[in-house]
Design a protein around this ligand. Structure first.
Ligand code: DGY
Length: 324
């Protein structure tokens, strides 16, 4: 331990670049899980910063009396009890913007893979079936003629909308409040958006407000030609309802990058031929993950040096550095 350097805790499977920079710049301590029992009292008292790559509960926050900042790796911070942190004047930061374009690119790829079955077509070729059986069957679905609804028109949602607009597809959206800066038709209710479109892209934050928002009613409103693409959080989808809708062909197909209980993916989903599944890779390129890692450490550096956080979450946006 260095007396002059603030102590920062690395909790969970932190990105190597976060680890490298925190170890170089701070007095670093590592634990595999955010469990106060893994730290003695003196250590807990020393901790001023936390680089989070796992769920951070209110109890865990309370176990560190001198904690000043929690820097979450990811734009989604539903696993961190930010509301509780805010009541203790602990700053919480996330990693917006640096991943928006990457996630939007992946979303378009997932949509194309879902409707045009490109992963299956490649598997067919690799299995030698092109030569032995002839051409891959024509896909029943196409992107052509589709109308896209975006559930969540934040930074990433907008980046997805702009891309799909360039593909010639009409865009609608649902958010709690209508945006004044876009001309896309807005629907006050998710179910109305689902009725108006045949392709629903879900890119809202996780948490109680969106828990299981995509339910049977929404899926039935999307209809038998419907395609669901989910790239926000698995908790937003009622997974059993989705499995039933895909099984009964009440919707046509789904492309999912996120799941309710990652890394577990229900076998029923894996068995479905009309589900295209990815292991939460929307932002997972080396360059984007490095940019996210840098933003985590830049936030720690700024706050622990007495400067404003670079990307505070809304719960902490009004914090005055001098007041904490
Ligand atoms: C995020 O940033 O929240 C992503 O889901 C992480 O990959």
């Amino acid at each position: 331990m260095s007396a002059s350097r603030p102590t920062v805790l690395l909790a969970g499977k932190v990105h190597p670049r976060v680890r490298q920079r925190v170890e170089a710049e701070f007095d670093a301590i590592s634990i595999d899980a955010a469990d106060a029992a893994l730290l003695d009292e003196d250590t807990r008292k020393r901790i001023r910063g936390l680089a989070a790559a796992t769920a951070i509960s209110a109890d865990f926050i309370d176990s560190m009396p001198n904690l000043e900042v929690i820097a979450n790796f990811g734009v989604g911070y539903d696993a961190v009890d930010a509301r509780h942190a805010a009541t203790r004047q602990v700053m919480v930061t996330n990693t917006p913007d640096v991943l928006s374009e990457e996630v939007a690119d992946t979303t378009v790829g997932l949509l194309l893979n879902t409707v045009r079955e490109l992963p299956k077509a490649e598997a067919y070729l690799r299995a030698g079936k092109w030569e032995s059986n002839g051409a891959y069957p024509l896909t029943s679905l196409s992107l052509r003629g589709r109308t896209v609804g975006i559930f969540g028109l934040g930074r990433i949602g907008l980046a997805i909308a702009r891309r799909l607009e360039a593909f010639g597809l009409p865009i609608h959206y649902h958010t709690r409040n209508k945006r004044s800066d876009v001309a896309y038709p807005w629907h006050a209710r998710l179910v109305d958006l689902a009725s108006a479109v045949d392709t629903l892209v879900v890119i809202v934050p996780g948490g109680a407000a969106t828990e299981k928002a995509v339910n049977t009613e929404v899926l039935d409103a999307l209809g038998p030609q419907g395609v669901l693409i989910s790239v926000g959080r698995g908790s937003t989808i009622d997974e059993p309802a989705l499995i039933a809708a895909l099984t009964d062909r009440r919707i046509a197909a789904a492309g999912l990058d996120v799941f309710a209980h990652e890394p577990h993916v229900p076998q029923a989903l894996m068995d479905l031929p009309n589900a295209c599944l990815l292991p939460h890779v929307a932002s997972a390129s080396e360059s984007t993950r490095n940019a996210m890692a840098d933003l985590v450490v830049d936030n720690l550096e700024a706050w622990l040096a007495g400067r404003p956080a670079l990307t505070p979450v809304p719960e902490c946006a009004g914090f005055d550095r001098a007041a904490s």
